[in-house]
Design a protein around this ligand. Structure first.
Ligand code: HEM
Length: 492
């Protein structure tokens, strides 16, 4: 039995006890349907909530799927109560536009979650930090110093080196007819799983002290392991700076710039230099590592899975690569990518089904607001079901469940966060600042893997036998690892 189910059962028993002893009539806040909150102002419709746990017990192992089903009954704007937290679930592109574009500033904050306290140094990074001046300064700094087009371009040589070594190691696996585990994951993934795990303490705060799910212990262990790695990264940079080898501005990397901010204020990042310390540096590096590695790796494993399941699509991608890159060049260059239109359609379709972050990152409203006929109280959790947006048959078509890259042919739907039926990188002020880097990673790695290698399923497995189930995490990977056998296909 998972620790979450165990803990939920524990609370349910507690709730039952409370229910019997206090009687339903004496516990109105916990038992009345949502429409009665706050002076009879009308909340969006939603399922009836139980005392204490509210609707937590309904989420199941794959909350994005459960919420999509519930939205079919209650509508695209649905209200629930998760523990003590009023929660609004958004399940249509139109509703997403209202929350993430029209009223973006009201919903641009993040709720305080226990995992971020341990894994983001008390929310000193960007992703789990409240909307306000600190977040604004960190975001401006990261966008300028790491994620601008010029900075991304400046790491081109490093990416090429990594690609070459990836091709080399896969060539060796191909020679030995080895099965490759495309889904192999790191400690970063462990950290993300912990952040995504439904933590009762975030919803029923008094339970935090009991650590019923054992999550606090995991948070502490993982944060200790991550802290060691981050300390090594920072110490290496400090040693290098102290060794007298002064690097010029052009050679300074992201960590160097942050360390230099601690010593002096600058015109560009004045707001941050007065508040940055070693802990915030670690939190920001961690956000960047987590943002880059796990999301891109998850997206790549899904694209490859779909290509393996659809050999005709795989052949079409390979033909496009042959005509753009050619059979006599093994490394795909970044300049090739702009010409790979079909690959782009494959990636969009893959990010639609399934999106890497099916519920984006939950937001919190900073003030009471009325949207349409509904009242949304201050401090509501806002969950955007990106999974459901990509499967809305009203805006896509009846064949929403099919993998059909050609649906993007001639379409101007892009991934920048303005086409609300496809927002795998979110939208608005809190939309993903690393979208360009993330997309570059996915395009480059997929193009490279498919250009040099034919891929087969192991042990004669057929495409119909592939298990395409997902696991729920902040980034939702395959439930079962993708195993495949590469065959080098560019001559010797
Ligand atoms: C396939 C790649 C990626 C996907 C699918 C992805 C997806 C997302 C999503 C869905 C959000 C939440 C957006 C919202 O709530 O509107 C987000 C936020 C964020 N992403 Fe990404 N991301 C990717 C790559 C990256 C990369 C490469 C970085 C950094 C180097 C990054 C850093 C962040 C950060 C820091 C935030 C929080 C932004 C804030 O709170 O202001 N992501 N990402």
């Amino acid at each position: 039995m998972s620790s979450f189910i165990f803990a939920t059962l524990f609370v349910l028993l507690g709730a039952l006890w409370a229910f019997i002893n206090l009687r339903w009539a004496r516990a109105p806040a916990a038992s009345l349907p949502p429409t009665n909150w706050k002076n009879n102002r009308k909340l969006p419709p939603g399922p009836r909530a139980l005392p204490i746990i509210g609707n937590l017990h309904m989420l199941g192992k794959l909350p994005h799927r459960t919420l999509q089903e519930l939205a079919k009954k209650y509508g695209p704007l649905m209200s629930m109560r998760l523990g003590y937290m009023p929660t609004i679930v958004i399940s249509s592109p139109l509703a997403a536009e209202l929350f993430l574009k029209i009223h973006d500033s009201v919903f641009a904050s993040q709720p305080k979650v226990q995992a971020a306290d341990y894994l983001s140094y008390g929310t000193k990074g960007m992703a789990f930090t409240k909307y306000g001046p600190y977040w604004r300064n960190v975001r401006k700094f990261c966008t300028h110093e790491l994620l601008s087009a010029a900075k991304i371009d400046s790491f081109k040589a490093m990416r090429r080196e990594e690609l070459e070594s990836l091709v080399q190691s896969l060539m060796e696996a191909a020679k030995a007819h080895e099965v490759v585990d495309v889904s192999e994951k790191s400690i970063v993934h462990q950290a993300l799983s912990l952040v995504a795990a439904p933590n009762l303490a975030d919803y029923v705060p008094f339970l935090g002290a009991f650590d019923l799910q054992g999550l606090t212990r995991h948070f502490k262990e993982t944060s200790k392991a991550l802290d060691k790695i981050l300390e090594i990264i920072i110490e290496e940079h400090v040693q290098e700076a102290n060794s007298g080898q002064q690097r010029n501005n052009h050679e300074m990397d992201f960590v160097d710039v942050m360390l230099s901010l601690m010593k002096k204020s600058t015109n560009t990042h004045d707001g941050l230099s007065s508040i940055i310390d070693r802990t915030s540096i670690k939190a920001i590096i961690l956000d960047m590592i987590v943002g880059t590695i796990d999301t891109s790796a998850t997206a790549i494993e899904w694209v490859l899975s779909e290509l393996l399941r659809h050999p005709r699509v795989m052949r079409q991608v390979q033909e496009e690569l042959n005509s753009v890159v050619g059979m006599d060049r093994s490394i795909v260059e970044e300049t090739d990518l702009a010409k790979l239109n079909y690959l782009d359609m494959v990636i969009k379709e893959s990010l639609r089904l399934p999106p890497v972050a099916p519920l984006l990152i939950p937001r919190e409203s900073v003030e009471d607001i009325v949207i349409g006929e509904y009242y949304i109280p201050k401090k509501s959790r806002i969950i955007v079901n990106c999974w459901a947006l990509g499967r809305d048959s009203e805006v896509w078509s009846k064949n929403v469940e099919e993998f059909l890259p050609k649906r993007f042919k001639g379409s101007d739907i892009d991934l920048k966060g303005c086409d609300f039926q496809l927002i795998p990188f979110g939208s608005g002020r809190r939309g993903c600042p690393g979208m360009n880097l993330g997309l570059l990673n996915i395009r480059l790695v997929v193009a490279q893997l498919v250009h040099c290698f034919h891929w087969e399923l192991p042990n004669g497995m057929s495409t119909a036998e592939m298990d395409m189930a997902e696991k729920f995490d902040l980034s939702s990977p395959r439930a079962k690892h993708l195993l495949a056998v590469p065959k080098y296909c560019l001559g010797v």
